[in-house]
Design a protein around this ligand. Structure first.
Ligand code: GAL
Length: 430
């Protein structure tokens, strides 16, 4: 199959992509050097909306240092349900990798290293001093064995509840229900006003909702224990699955128009739904694509029952074994881990920088959500996300996907739990 090369970088982001922070990131804080020349093929599923704007902001900052380099994204557009992962996997297996590609820190990375796909980055880490600049809790997720294999560009939070203030006000509902039971009560109030109570997007959005409900029932220790195979058959998982069933009853699950998470976010932003559980890329969408104002057009809170817990995921770039433009890729990775690059990227994308050395005056340039998130990340209890690659390898994720797809048909929490117990068994034996 031929890959349609998307020319991503002509020196400036597409119209509407520039933000105050994106501007900050490319404001010439560093003198442009001669930089690497030739080509850089990166591979990223950020091919739409504010996600692509984040990537463009980072590329623009990079082009300031490597003006003669042509950069392009080999991935085809991935709006909604599908991601170009199968094509990437095919290329990696065929020994035809892009020069760098996007992955998640944690289990997903470990798996790629075990498959022999990635080159180590210890020298780059050493040169950049990153072991002192990235959070201690994150460092093990960037390593496999003793070596580093990816460079994080952001920290995202998965366990968030987004809501539409006007819809909630009409319904007499609250933006921050403290438990899943309280959320259910609020959803019933919204249902009485005739709009969708809980918007759920397609594909992995359902698993995303499920993981926040499990986290609420199990707490951080119980959640983490699941990933060493413990607790799947217990009463707390059973209760969470009943909650999950009840939440879905108050959702728009049957709506065939819900392809991606963005479709559900649009319903909330447009006042056609009350709530959505989604990661904070939804904030980039509400603010960047829908032009809504934080607080007035949309509100946020920790997903019910998970206050004080930061269920993280981190997007990172890698150096594949056999990358054709290795020097260019290393320069790109240096940009990904730089302060300017992270500020430019995250200002547009809706996430927060992974680096710890964000100056106070730069922090002040971020919006209210990101400033809140920076505080929560520093003060919160950190756990990893299932849907976004942090806690379980692909094969386990796939078994959970199958159990979930079956559940959406039969809606029997007991049967679902038995399937989840079975899905965990191979991982426990490993
Ligand atoms: C996550 C990814 C985020 C964002 C989100 C929605 O897996 O880490 O950066 O892309 O999916 O597309």
């Amino acid at each position: 199959m031929t890959i349609r090369r998307r020319e991503l970088l002509l020196g400036v982001p597409a119209a509407g992509a520039a933000t105050l922070l994106a501007g900050y990131g490319s404001a010439g804080a560093r003198a442009p050097g001669p930089g690497p020349t030739g080509q850089l093929e990166l591979y990223s599923w950020w091919t739409d909306g504010p996600e692509q704007n984040g990537l463009l902001a980072l590329l623009t900052a990079f082009k300031g240092r490597a003006p003669l380099l042509t950069c392009y994204n080999g991935a085809r557009s991935s709006r909604a349900a599908t991601r170009p992962q199968a094509e990437l996997e095919r290329r990696l297996a065929a020994g035809d990798p892009p020069d760098t590609f996007q992955c998640h820190a944690g289990a997903e990375l470990t798996e790629l290293v075990a498959a022999g796909r990635l080159a180590g980055l210890d020298e780059l880490y050493h040169r950049q001093g990153w072991a002192d600049l990235f959070p201690t809790a994150l460092l093990p997720q960037l390593r496999s064995g003793d070596s580093y294999y990816c460079v994080p560009v952001d920290i995202h939070r998965a366990n968030l509840l987004w809501s539409n203030p006007a819809v909630l006000e009409r319904a007499g509902a609250e933006p921050a229900p403290g438990s899943v039971a309280a959320l259910l009560e609020n959803l019933r109030r919204v249902a009485r006003t005739g709009v969708v109570p809980l918007a759920v997007g397609g594909s992995w959005s359902r698993k995303h909702l499920l993981e926040t409900v499990l986290l609420a029932a199990l707490g951080p220790e119980g959640w983490s224990a699941l990933w060493s195979g413990q607790g799947w058959g217990g009463p707390r998982v059973a209760a969470a699955l009943r909650d999950f069933r009840d939440l879905l009853e108050l959702s728009n699950l049957a709506d065939p128009a819900m392809l991606g998470w963005e479709d559900a976010t649009e319903l909330v932003g447009g006042g056609r739904a009350g709530y959505q559980v989604m990661g904070d890329w939804a904030e980039g969408y509400l603010r960047g694509s829908l032009g809504l104002r934080p607080g007035a057009g949309y509100a946020w809170a920790a997903a019910p029952g998970t206050a004080g817990i930061f269920q993280y995921l981190s997007d990172a770039f890698t150096l594949p074994v056999g990358a054709r433009h290795r020097e260019a890729a290393l320069a790109w990775l240096a940009e990904c881990g730089s302060l300017d690059g992270q500020v430019a990227f995250n200002g547009a994308k809706g996430a927060i920088p992974a680096r710890l050395d964000l100056p106070e005056q730069t922090r002040a340039l971020f919006g209210p959500y990101a400033r809140w998130s920076l505080d929560e990340w520093r003060g919160g209890r950190i756990v990893g996300s299932l849907t976004h690659g942090a806690v379980a390898p692909t094969a386990w994720n796939a078994r959970i996907d199958t159990a979930l797809a079956d559940f959406l048909g039969h809606r029997d929490p007991g049967r679902f739990q038995a399937a989840l117990v079975a899905a965990a068994a191979p991982a426990t034996r490993a």
